[in-house]
Design a protein around this ligand. Sequence first.
Ligand SMILES: Cc1cc2nc3c(=O)[nH]c(=O)nc-3n(C[C@H](O)[C@H](O)[C@H](O)COP(=O)(O)O)c2cc1C
Length: 191
Amino acid sequence: MDRTGETVRVVGISGSLRRASFSTSLLKILAVKAAPAIDIQVVTLEDIPLYNEDLDRSPEVPSVASFRKIIAASDGVLIATPEYNHGMPGVVKNALDWASRPVFESCFKDKPVSIISSSKAFTGGVRAQYQLRETLISMHAHLVMGPEVVVGGVHAKLAEDVYQDEQGLTFMLRSLDRLREEILGRRLVCA
Ligand SMILES: Cc1cc2nc3c(=O)[nH]c(=O)nc-3n(C[C@H](O)[C@H](O)[C@H](O)COP(=O)(O)O)c2cc1C
């Protein structure tokens, strides 16, 4: 079956709240480059409160309910995150803690997920990426396999929202192709 014309819907979660965030810029650039095969909806996490189990009941906190809903309605998730102190930023962990409930029945269960980490350092946030993988595994998300996408020296590659490293961009888009293939493969099984 030819599936080249099929669009898949992916939520692009930025791990940074910074106005001029490289992570958010990367997602916006990829959203343009990957369309129309992949429709990336970029979301940021400023409205998600700190996790509190006392608040995690009906009626849901509205911002959390809407976050869970867009993940549940998506075909897949792309997380673009910086590294903070050798780990993922607290805002990412916090949002995933909310999204992880109900445990083992959450909106992330079996959801295909890809990760891009970036940093000004040449290590490209690889430690945050591995920490994030562990958390996603605990949530029974489906990590899309393939070479890790780690963007080192990100500040030198982005200028005015244009990505200057063609090879790196191709590498990122290939990773998105793998995410799309995973999603389409599932549609085939379910059809
Ligand atoms: C609190 C804090 C801790 C950081 N720790 C690390 C780190 O451990 N490793 C690293 O490579 N970069 C570290 N950085 C640099 C960020 O990863 C880098 O500035 C990143 O590009 C910021 O992402 P953003 O542009 O999406 O906001 C840190 C930055 C901050 C603010």
